[in-house]
Design a protein around this ligand. Structure first.
Ligand code: FBP
Ligand code: MG
Ligand code: MG
Length: 335
């Protein structure tokens, strides 16, 4: 029988070999993974668990919250606030940060999350997920404020996501490559199923919401036009298109077989840098994709280098197979 490596064993061995996972970070990752298991149970229950449909409220970004957005947010907060590993949390679904209550010890890490990604897919039984990012609280003074969260993505200590699909898979980086763990539902444990995940450098598959085409900027239009021209066009090859509309699922496909994902700035709302959130979506996915040998850009710069100026900041996102992302990035420099 092949030996099964659990998430706990993986983290302990990483610590032993590389020494870069302090005990608080290990606990934090295990607690997030446990919370994801609870969310997975709710997702699986669907209608039977009364978790589908709208919660009848709006989040700080003016988006209608689904019941599962709210449930997942609560699960992550409850699971993480008492362990002594965190100072505070920030979420796409909360107006401001959630500081660990005084009755619990304060830890040295900050946790950020998109509790439920792909909200439009919840009710239609399509893959959705949870995205998380971990920062160190760099300011050693007592207390914690929103400023502590405004760190560029390259400072993340860990990041990852859990995808609730036909399988429930946890994808994790602690800055030393990317590992995937599949949930064994009968045993209730995370089992290491892939290590050193690598995104192929080239691809013939792109992911973008084509309904926004008329609003795109010239470099994005040029890139997609060239893909659509296929064998007869300047690229000399046919491309395929996939768009799940859950970032976790689109990124997971890219980690598995390559591809390029774009949610670029567009002219619908020119003052908005993009749709996706820098701290809860782009940075954690950026860390994972870069650790798997891919590239992540906003068209102008590496996303992980951006200095955030506010908690719910948005950003234009181009990520995936290195050579394709580099091409789109270069097209932006030509204009
Ligand atoms: O519906 P659109 O415009 O195609 O947007 C889809 C994108 O929006 C998102 O659903 C945004 O995330 P949330 O569901 O967490 O708000 C991404 O997962 C996805 O890539
Ligand atoms: Mg999201
Ligand atoms: Mg969300």
């Amino acid at each position: 029988m092949t030996k099964r490596i659990s998430l706990t064993q993986y983290l302990v061995e990483q610590q032993r070999e590389h020494g870069h996972i302090p005990a608080q970070l290990r606990l934090l990752i295990e607690v997030v993974a446990r919370a994801c298991k609870r969310i997975a149970i709710s997702v699986n229950k669907g209608e039977l668990g009364d978790v589908l449909g709208s919660a009848g409220s709006e989040n700080v970004q003016g988006e209608v919250q689904k019941k599962l957005d709210v449930i997942s947010n609560e699960v992550l907060i409850e699971a993480n606030e008492w362990g002594g590993h965190l100072a505070a949390m920030a979420s796409e679904e909360m107006d401001s940060i959630h500081v660990v209550p005084n009755r619990y010890p304060q830890g040295e890490f900050l946790l950020l999350f998109d509790p439920l990604d792909g909200s439009s897919n919840i009710d239609v039984n399509v893959s959705i997920g949870t995205i998380f990012s971990v920062l160190r609280k760099v300011n050693n003074q007592r207390g914690v404020s929103e400023e502590d969260f405004l760190q560029p993505g390259k400072q993340q200590a860990a990041a990852g996501y859990c995808i609730y699909g036909p399988q429930t898979t946890l994808v994790l980086t602690v800055g030393d490559g990317v590992a995937m763990f599949t949930l064994d539902r009968e045993m209730g444990s995370w089992v290491l199923t892939q290590e050193n995940v690598q995104i192929p450098e080239d691809t013939k598959e792109f992911a973008i919401n084509m309904s926004n085409m008329r609003h795109w900027d010239a470099p994005v239009k040029r890139y997609i036009d060239e893909c659509l021209a296929g064998k007869e066009g300047p690229r000399g090859k046919d491309f395929n298109m996939r768009w799940v509309a859950s970032m976790v699922a689109d990124v997971h496909r890219i980690l598995t077989r390559g591809g390029i994902f774009m949610y670029p700035w567009d002219k619908r709302d020119p003052d908005k840098p993009g749709k996706l959130r820098l701290l809860y979506e782009a940075n954690p996915m950026g860390f994972v994709v870069e650790q798997a040998g891919g590239m992540v850009s906003n068209g102008r710069q590496r996303i992980m280098d951006i200095q955030p100026t506010k908690l719910h900041e948005r950003v234009s996102v181009i990520l995936g197979s290195k050579n394709e992302v580099q091409r789109v990035h270069d097209y932006h420099q030509d204009v």
